[in-house]
Design a protein around this ligand. Structure first.
Ligand code: ZN
Length: 275
């Protein structure tokens, strides 16, 4: 059980809008400024999605390049770039920014699923094979995102095939419509499936954010906060900023007698190579 807890901030995501929360950062400048404040508050990792000029999710390498440069000029936070966020993007577009920018971490969504009861989140076997190879070739550590139990078994398959390497770092995303619900028993069930020596983090979507945050801390995991997952600080109270979520997570980590990981700690815990 790690005594240092990695707090990841996911400031934007692909879906929330300024109507959901006016403080949501959308442009490269807004995201960089927001991530800087979250780093000052104690976040060690930033999981980034980009938006186009109309505010829609995009895999534009230009937006990633611009945002990554702005953040790197301000702080040493570990960057975790998404490989999803535009359901229409081609497989090549979902990987192009990884090859160019070589982030330390990137998301590896370990299976397909129905998404939001209206579309399909495609992560075909061929794509997962290709994505895993691209990440290995570029020394990018996959953050293996798990939305359902079968995705853990998928990860074991890719581990056996040598596409993923041990120790795997998992991110359990619970409560996404179409995925496994956000409950503590579900989190415990998933933890029972992963290989010994894996590292893991968990989050609950929307109203289930806090129970999963507390459970992840109690069970020895790392945590993720931010407006990608939840725009409310409390019931019917919109968050003032992403940093406000990070500040709460820092307080909870300390209350449970652990220490928020610095970016350097996170690099050591996760064995990152691209810094
Ligand atoms: Zn994401």
């Amino acid at each position: 059980m790690s005594e240092k807890v990695i707090i990841t901030v996911a400031p934007t995501g692909a879906w929330p809008s300024k109507v959901d929360n006016a403080a949501l950062p959308l442009t490269p400048e807004e995201i960089a400024e927001d991530v800087f404040h979250c780093w000052q508050a104690g976040a060690a990792v930033a999981h980034l999605h980009m938006r186009d000029d109309q505010g829609r999710g995009t895999m534009s390498a230009d937006k990633f390049r611009e945002t990554v440069a702005l953040i790197k000029a301000k702080c040493d936070i570990v960057l975790n770039l998404t490989t999803s966020g535009d359901l229409e993007a081609t497989e090549e577009t979902r990987m192009a920014h990884l090859v160019e920018l070589k982030p330390e971490l990137a998301s590896y969504d370990c299976g397909s699923m129905n998404w939001g009861h209206n579309s399909v989140f495609h992560n075909t076997p061929q794509f997962l094979d290709k994505l895993g190879r691209v990440m290995r070739e570029n020394d990018i550590k996959p953050e293996v995102e798990i939305f359902d139990g079968g995705m853990v078994y998928n990860s074991l398959y890719y581990l056996k095939k040598g596409i993923l390497e041990a120790p795997i770092h998992y991110q359990f995303v619970l409560g996404a419509p179409g995925g496994l619900g956000a409950s503590v028993p579900n989190l415990v069930f998933l933890l029972g499936l992963i290989p010994e020596g894996s590292t893991w983090s968990a989050l609950g979507v929307g109203k289930d954010h806090l129970p999963i945050l507390y459970a992840a801390l109690a069970l020895g995991g790392h945590v993720r906060v931010g407006m990608e997952d939840n725009v409310f600080y409390a019931k019917e109270v919109p968050a003032q900023s992403n940093a406000q979520f990070v500040e709460r997570a820092v307080r909870l980590v300390k209350e449970i007698n652990k220490t928020p990981a610095t970016p350097a700690d996170a690099r050591a815990i996760l064995g990152l190579k691209n810094h």
